[in-house]
Design a protein around this ligand. Structure first.
Ligand code: SF4
Ligand code: SF4
Length: 222
């Protein structure tokens, strides 16, 4: 018959006690729990006056490493290839110095697409793109979210935390024999620069030796 209430209780449903039917004890119990937590340390920040400084493992916006005034990037395209939302685009051009053969003519990350997954950092053979600690990005127009080299390049000195974290993490892999050794990795720009500097030092040392001067063993023998 229309208007007849439907009984929805099941045979096993527990019946409320008198105090539970009043609801007030449960309300005061909840208020008491909230009051007991008020004296605890607060984890809320008065943002933006108070800033949160993330740990080194944090994945903020990806940035390009600038070393000695140039991007480390060699425009291999691996990061763009591995980026799941296709946020990275670039154009390479040739450079004619002895350090590397290609550099990005332009490099762009669409920050509206980026999902901060860190795949670009994982695949980069040069550690030229890393995840920074910047997390508060705001745009007033979609075009502002297209970050070019002017916004992406960050001096290496400001990324030391992340670069050291990557080295620690990559060296901490279970297979000890595969420890990352910079001296075995001279194809990268940064190691090649170190390598060239070491060569120059060695050459300077050799040039400083006087060919007429007897060797230490010869002096001992005398
Ligand atoms: S963090 Fe992920 S989504 Fe963002 S640019 Fe890198 S690969 Fe693409
Ligand atoms: S993977 Fe690294 S070196 Fe290759 S294009 Fe991307 S940032 Fe440049």
């Amino acid at each position: 018959m229309p208007g007849t209430p439907v009984v929805k209780s099941t045979p096993n449903e527990r019946t409320l006690t008198f105090w539970e039917n009043l609801y007030l004890p449960e309300i005061f119990k909840g208020l008491g729990y909230s009051a007991s937590k008020m004296s605890l340390e607060s984890y809320a920040f008065e943002y933006p006056e108070e800033q949160w400084y993330p740990p080194d493992s944090y994945r903020g916006r990806p940035v390009l490493v600038e070393e000695q005034g140039r991007p480390r990037c060699v425009s291999c395209g691996l990061c763009a290839r591995s980026c799941p939302p296709l946020a990275i685009s670039m154009q390479a051009h040739e450079v004619t110095d002895d350090i590397k053969e290609r550099e990005p003519e332009w490099f762009e990350i669409n920050m509206l697409r980026c999902i901060y997954c860190g795949f670009c950092e994982e695949v980069c053979p040069e550690e030229a793109i890393v995840m920074s600690k910047e997390y508060d990005l705001t745009f007033q127009h979609r075009d502002e979210a297209h970050f070019g080299l002017d916004k992406l390049l960050v001096p290496k000195e400001r990324l030391v935390d992340r670069l050291e974290f990557l080295e620690r993490r990559r060296n901490g892999q279970p297979a000890g024999d595969w420890q990352h050794k910079p001296e075995n990795n001279v194809h990268t720009l940064r190691n090649r620069l170190d390598y060239l500097a070491r060569l120059e030092d060695a050459e300077a040392t050799v040039n400083a030796i006087d060919p007429q001067e007897p060797l230490a063993e010869d002096v001992d023998a005398v």
